[in-house]
Design a protein around this ligand. Sequence first.
Ligand code: AVI
Length: 304
Amino acid sequence: MKTFLNEVLMGLGKRNKKFNSKWFYDYKGSKLFEQITSLDEYYPTRTEKKILSTYKNEIAKEIGANAIIIEPGAGDIKKIGIFLNSLNKPKKYIPLDISEEYIKKISPNFKKKFPNIPIDTKGYDFTSSMKLPFKISSSENIIIFFPGSTLGNFEKKEAVQFLKLLKSKFKAKKIIIGVDLIKDIKTLISAYDDKKGITAKFNKNILKRINTELDGDINLGLYKHIAVFNKSKKRIEMRLKSIKNNTINIRGSKFVIKKNEEIHTENSHKYSIRSFKNLVNEAGWKISTTWVDDKKLFSVHCLK
Ligand code: AVI
């Protein structure tokens, strides 16, 4: 299994330095992401919630009866509640999150709101090759709920692999998935570089984690948060740019970072309905319904 330490050492050893964005999400990072979702500039969360609420009955129809709903990367578990009461006898809800500490703190709230729906919370890195932390049978109506455009954080190849895995490993019958749409660059950039600097803190949280968990000696003040739109790859890229020559020491490994050198920390791919359809088809799924908001900022799809 790739650990945080291994991945960080490998990422800093590359000529084009990079980290996997999943390492943002310890307890603190999950809290910062929660704050991002209510920023004025960050349109995806409120837009997706509106779509889920407007079309909850259509979504419930697609999901069908006796569903076991699995949500990989569930975070603050705020979206499932929008349509849960519209479902026909849901059997169980299984939220998975890489930060076990965070998800375990969030789940009592769900139990209070939905006392009749069994919840089976698990700390689990859904990008890992580890065994699933629960048993499933392919005869069940297994539905994957994957909102928030989390798929956008994968490289295209990884996204296809992950969609395939949802069928082979998770035994999913259908997927309800949220996907962010391509739009004007100004709106995109400000969503990832907000005025209050919360996204900058979120981005730097990875450096903080390296210092506290891996005994690193990074001077956080020497790194600047930047968000750029990569036009050819249709994605926002978050990076940490060093403002001075400096060195990073982590458990006996030393890395020299030059002034203006960047560490790539996150990709957030944006799709058109057509490019998403192509991606989904490549993974062996078909779009059965697509829902979008009036301004065509965000999309929610049912895949089968
Ligand atoms: C979790 N993920 C879909 C977010 C996104 O928009 O790519 C993470 C994020 N990064 C910066 N702001 C939000």
